[in-house]
Design a protein around this ligand. Structure first.
Ligand code: ZN
Length: 192
């Protein structure tokens, strides 16, 4: 019911001549609504069958360090995080046979599951995506791993790539507080 109503809204918002894969563009190639202001790729989500085995590969072969393992009940998944520069790798393994990650692996095998872009205002980014006729999986932000607010855009509207938008505001605020006593601005900049 929920999906059906989104689909209908989305269909009514586009002209019949608009290409199926790109509802945000008119036939002249112009953007219909506002553009989103994304700051960087926050992480790349990778679906794996066995979290522990995959962590071994990332640590022993690639030399990255897993700094967090967290269960995200909402997504029926356990996640493991690695930092590489400003970006992270998020491994996701299903905790339930019927979870979205299990279903993804069943259909496509292990591999890249989603790309997460950081934004300073998730609510605004969602409204902008909607104004461009992009099909939203989450109309409102919800809680993701690491206390981020997240929302997904439907791959049907995004060239087959599941896109996660996530807001960094809370993390930034926490880091700013942590660094409040440190006067050297370059030290502070390093954190962002
Ligand atoms: Zn993610």
């Amino acid at each position: 019911m929920f999906l059906a109503s989104i689909k209908n809204t989305w269909l009514f918002n586009i002209e019949p001549t608009t290409p199926f894969y790109s509802p945000s563009l008119t036939k002249e190639g112009e953007v219909i609504g506002e553009k989103m202001e994304l700051t960087h790729i926050e992480h790349i989500g990778i679906a794996v069958k066995n979290l522990e085995e995959s962590i071994k590969f990332y640590e022993s072969v690639l030399g990255l360090k897993c700094y967090l393992i967290e269960e995200v009940k909402d997504q029926k998944a356990r996640t493991a995080f690695f930092k590489i520069g400003q970006t992270k790798i998020e491994l996701l393994a299903s905790t339930e046979p019927d979870g979205p990650i299990a279903k993804f692996i069943e259909k496509k095998g292990e591999g890249i599951h989603h790309i997460a872009y950081a934004t300073n205002n998730l609510n605004e980014a969602l409204r902008e995506a909607e104004s461009n006729g992009i099909q939203l999986i989450d109309k409102e932000p919800r809680k993701g791993a690491e206390n981020f607010q997240i929302a997904f855009l439907h791959p049907k509207s995004t060239n087959g790539v599941l896109i996660e938008l996530c807001e960094l505001k809370k993390i930034k605020a926490r880091l700013a507080k942590k660094m409040a006593g440190k006067p050297n601005p370059s030290q502070r900049e390093e954190l962002f």
